[in-house]
Design a binder for this molecule. Structure first.
Ligand code: SF4
Length: 321
């Protein structure tokens, strides 16, 4: 049984890690982009960002003044149990969000859409989002927080099967150019693409592709993995670099996730996980121990399963859970 005390302590630590400590995989990607960038202003931005991350870490202050809209991803091993059940879990994550907003501090970004009511703690109707997943084995829960910027850097288009890969590329490049020219989400970013599903699924897949996979990770489908490589390259060949200035460092990495869709369409979403790619994860075990990491490890073989059944002793799920 996992206690809410352990969940609260862990969730508070995760909030701080996400807001302040840039994940190693993104940092490594950014350093590489900084080494290769030739545009003056883009190079300047990249160096400034690298210094900014160091300053944030040293002062234990949030890496960006806009601390985004905190959300949670919770994954249960099939045998996991939480004291008080799911209601207690949700209350604990809401408590950690409110406490951390004051303690770190984070900007209280969440307001009512009409009345602009601000509880000053990033809590409100539907906020923070808490999404769930499950794995076939284990008595642990994984908790990930993501503080994605909540305004721009996201787009959706209903494509048709005949649009093919060329149509996908066109929408991808249209989106990047729009993000860069209009200052929508600070680049370089991790770009997530959701392909298929229904409209809402496509958006969810794209966001998770951007926020829940680390730089360098590749889709297990080799053809999709090739597209990810190609999209990273062409995204860095449109003449824009950091913050949309002239350069070649717009995309730190590109991840594509797919879901089956209606035979008549091919929904697609594009999401930019910005210069402040804020995420942090932990695994909480039934014995009270906690392991922190920066890789959410969300997309396992079970999350991408195609079959009706999934034997509980499946080796693939064991390996990656
Ligand atoms: S897009 Fe990201 S880096 Fe830019 S202001 Fe928003 S949170 Fe900060």
């Amino acid at each position: 049984m996992i206690s809410t005390d352990v969940i609260l302590d862990t969730a508070n630590i995760l909030m701080e890690k996400a807001a302040i400590d840039i994940p190693d995989d993104y940092l490594t990607g950014l350093k590489k982009a900084a080494d290769e960038e030739e545009g003056d202003l883009s190079s300047f931005v990249l160096q400034a960002m690298l210094e900014n991350y160091e300053a944030a870490k040293e002062d234990r202050r949030a890496m960006c003044g806009d601390t985004g809209t905190p959300r949670w991803y919770v994954k249960f091993g099939n045998e996991a149990q939480v004291t008080g059940g799911p209601i207690a879990l949700e209350e604990t994550l809401r408590r950690a969000t409110a406490d951390s907003t004051k303690r770190i501090p984070l900007r209280p970004n969440r307001v009512h859409p009409l009345w602009r009511t601000d509880h000053n703690n990033n809590i409100g109707i539907g906020a923070p989002e808490i999404e769930y997943g499950f794995e076939p084995e284990g008595s642990w829960i994984d908790i990930t927080t993501v503080h994605k910027g909540g305004l721009f850097g996201t787009d959706y288009r209903m494509l048709f099967p005949g649009d093919g890969i060329e149509g996908i590329k066109r929408f991808y490049l249209d989106s990047l150019v729009a993000f860069g020219r209009r200052g929508l989400a600070c680049q370089p970013a991790i770009i997530g693409i959701g392909l298929g599903g229904s409209k809402d699924t496509s958006m969810v897949l794209g966001k998770r592709a951007a926020c829940l996979r680390i730089v360098g990770d590749r889709n297990p489908d080799p053809e999709i993995a090739k597209l990810e490589d190609e999209f990273k390259e062409i995204g860095n060949s449109i003449g824009m670099g950091a913050m949309g200035f002239v350069g070649k460092s717009m995309v730190i990495d590109c991840h594509i996730e797919v879901g089956c869709c209606h035979t008549g369409g091919m929904p697609m979403s594009v999401h930019a996980f910005c210069l402040s790619s804020r995420r942090a994860s932990a695994r909480l075990h039934a014995d009270g121990s906690v392991e922190f990491r920066t890789d959410p490890q969300w997309f396992t073989p079970y999350q991408r399963r195609e079959t009706v059944e999934w034997p509980l002793n499946n080796q693939n799920s064991q390996k990656s859970a």
